[in-house]
Design a protein around this ligand. Structure first.
Ligand code: NAD
Length: 487
């Protein structure tokens, strides 16, 4: 256990809650206590919002070039602290160190560099209205943005939200998930060292109640949320009270379709990436794997062999490929889905067992599970499990599989494997999902929009258009002639 109490970060200062209240942050890898965390009170939230409001005024008038430079400096500092931040993420999330330097820290660095570069090019339009008039539009920052994060990619989420917000001239109050509060404070330290003026990035810790204080706060202009669909709906309702701009990155139950001409080893790799990365705790995972009837047997054989060889264990060890689930409750929920799959008649091809890791017995580890003989109506094929559980379904007809792939209220992501490029583009056009991959899965390079359709969300992150969600348009009509008047 660390001997410190994880602070809030308000107006450039690490402070503790004025109520003195705290909550406990547990380590997924062994279930032990990592630290106590300062729980933000209503007064703390108000103080953070006031600090953000007052810093916003100057920041909004700071040239984009200067704002961008600070983000680029933050990227350099983050790169210098890469290994340390990656290990903090391992401790906070249970994800293996073989992943976190790349998927978490590098992805955050990319966002800082991407939006740092774009900050100097935020501009509106010019409208030619003939010889005696013109109009132009200005993209203005919104003001104070609340960022609320999920626990699976804490540093990435905090950076994917704050980098575009700050690039566009806004201030942010960020609430990380109560399960993974640590790296939001590291990010605050990095921004401070990079020269970000106090008050522009604030961190308040807490649970649903603290999130609610932000969403309902009258002085907050925008909410950017990452989390589950039910919470997203609640947030949308609450933010409607003050008509806040709201963007939502929510859950999914995404399809991955493997056609009979696919490169089979690549398809197996894609399916494994789409289900077992970060212990399956990834929103965009392709958890419904539709495999063409004619290659199902060979696909399952190769998939099972490689899945059984995955190294489950201490996430701090470099050879570990599958770490600990976030906590016991979530692990039990995932195992409940494994039981449900068996009860409803799916065949467990491999995995799906709790594993005891020596010395880390109170962590929740499990062998990645593959179910075959799944049908569309099974619970494991309909609900987001958020764990390493893959459901394999079979198909024989293109039109039929598209319909089945789309038959869900979610619409976050989708993927397909085929060598037939005409088919690839034809099918992708019909898939109702915000992020699609052809012949790969779950890659999210900076610049490529990420986000969901249907109930998986509103808005897009990680791309130039994200700046539209952090700005509003002011149009200006300019008269250069006489004013026509009928009166
Ligand atoms: P969650 O909805 O339980 O919590 C997310 C955040 O919202 C946390 O910070 C939590 O404290 C806060 N919160 C909870 N109730 C709230 C309320 N009433 N008002 C305000 N804030 C509230 O989600 P989670 O369990 O942390 O994360 C897992 C979910 O996130 C999965 O569904 C996953 O698919 C989704 N997710 C989506 C994306 C994406 O980009 N689309 C990325 C990561 C995770």
């Amino acid at each position: 256990m660390t001997d410190t109490l994880l602070p809030l970060y308000i107006n450039g200062q690490k402070i503790h809650s004025n109520s003195g209240e705290t909550f406990t942050n547990f380590r997924p890898l062994d279930g032990g206590v990592e630290c106590e965390v300062s729980l933000a009170s209503k007064e703390d939230v108000d103080q953070a919002v006031r600090a953000a409001q007052s810093a916003f005024e100057t920041w909004a008038g700071t040239p984009g070039m200067e704002r961008g430079r600070i983000l680029l400096r933050a990227a350099e500092i983050m790169r210098r602290r890469r290994q340390e931040l990656a290990m903090i993420e391992v401790i906070d999330t249970g994800k293996p160190i073989s992943e976190t330097p790349y998927a978490d820290v590098d992805s955050a660095i990319d966002a800082l560099e991407f939006f740092g570069g774009l900050a100097m090019d935020i501009r509106g339009d010019y409208h030619d209205l003939g010889s005696s008039a013109m109009a132009y539009s200005i993209r203005e920052p919104l003001g104070v943005c609340a960022g609320i994060g999920a626990w699976n990619y804490p540093l990435q989420i905090a950076t994917w939200k704050s980098a575009p917000a700050l690039a566009a001239g806004n201030a942010m109050v960020f609430k990380p998930s109560e399960l993974t509060p640590m790296n939001a404070i590291s990010l605050a330290e990095i921004y401070e060292e990079a020269g970000l003026p106090a008050g522009l990035f604030n961190v308040v810790h807490g649970k649903a109640e603290t999130g609610g204080l932000l969403v309902q706060h009258p002085e907050i202009d925008k909410v950017t949320f990452t989390g589950s669909v039910p919470t997203g709906k609640r947030i949308l309702q609450m933010s409607s009270e003050t008509v806040k701009h709201s963007t939502l990155e929510l859950g999914g139950k995404s399809p991955l379709i493997i056609f009979d001409d696919a490169d089979l080893d690549n398809a197996v790799s894609g399916a494994m990436n789409a289900n077992f990365y970060s212990m399956g705790e990834v929103c965009s995972n392709g958890t419904r794997v539709f495999i063409h009837d004619s290659i199902k047997g060979e696909f399952l054989k190769r998939l099972a062999k490689r899945t059984e060889n995955l190294v489950v264990g201490d996430p701090r060890e470099v050879e570990t490929q599958v770490g600990a689930l976030i906590n016991e409750d979530h692990g039990q929920k995932v195992m409940g889905y494994v039981e449900k799959g068996l009860e409803e008649g799916a065949t467990l091809v491999c995995g799906g067992k709790r594993i005891s890791v020596e010395g880390l017995e109170r962590g929740f580890y499990m062998s990645p599970a593959v179910f075959s003989d799944c049908t569309d109506d099974m619970t494991i094929c309909r609900e987001e499990i958020f764990g390493p559980v893959m459901s394999v379904l079979s198909f024989s007809d293109e039109a039929d599989v598209i319909e089945r792939a789309n038959s869900t209220d979610f619409g976050l992501a989708a993927g397909l494997f085929t060598k037939d490029l005409a088919r690839a583009h034809r099918v992708v056009k019909k898939l109702k999902a915000g992020s699609c991959w052809i012949n790969n899965y779950n890659l999210t390079p900076a610049g490529v929009p990420f986000g969901g359709s249907k109930q998986s969300g509103i808005g897009r992150e990680n791309c130039a258009r994200t700046l539209d969600h952090f700005t509003q348009v002011k149009s200006v009509y300019v008269e250069m002639g006489a004013v026509e008047c009928d009166y």
